[in-house]
Design a protein. Structure first.
Length: 170
């Protein structure tokens, strides 16, 4: 599967054998390269965003936890739940200001778990579409533009659709 997007949130859907394709930059990342690109394995992206925050989605994260710290924490802990179960052992990690980080994690525990719920993509929704209908095909610009008009989307998405069409034609 190739996931065509610029949205880092969707990287959590990538599994071994899949690719994440940032179509604007025309860069592709296999499963193993996601951690190099974003800082964590795809399965840990929702926890990473919960710690770090995601201003685009209005998720504040844990104050004082930046990209490097969140990445380090999730390199050593497989989930937010596992991390919070091991707060007393964080001092053993090479973590700058470990005491401050532990205090922040304790103070913002509830917010972090709420953010985790918001950043995780639900994958258990039943679909009334068959897999062959999801095959890759050229964008139908007329249909897309009608949809964009209906919901009030601006020119940015229209231009992205045109770029995807041009890449598909190449």
């Amino acid at each position: 599967m190739v996931l065509v997007t610029r949205d880092k949130d969707l990287a959590q859907l990538v599994r071994p054998g899949d690719e994440y394709w940032n179509y604007i930059d025309d860069k592709r990342y296999a499963y193993g390269a996601i951690a190099d690109r974003f800082g964590v394995l795809p399965e840990r992206m929702a926890c990473f965003l919960a710690l770090l925050g995601d201003p685009v989605d209005n998720i504040p994260g844990v104050p004082g936890i930046g990209r490097k710290t969140a990445s380090l924490l999730l390199r050593h802990h497989e989930s937010l739940l596992h991390l919070y179960g091991s707060l007393d052992s964080l001092g053993r990690l090479r973590l700058r200001n470990a005491g401050f980080v532990v205090d922040q994690l304790r103070s913002y525990r509830e917010a972090a778990f709420l953010a985790r719920q918001l950043t995780q993509i639900a994958c258990d929704m039943p679909l009334s579409i068959e897999l062959p209908e999801l095959r890759r095909r050229r964008p139908d610009l007329a249909q897309l533009n009608g949809f964009y008009d209906e919901v009030g989307f601006g020119r940015l998405l229209r231009q992205q659709a045109e770029r995807i069409l041009a890449l598909h034609a190449a």
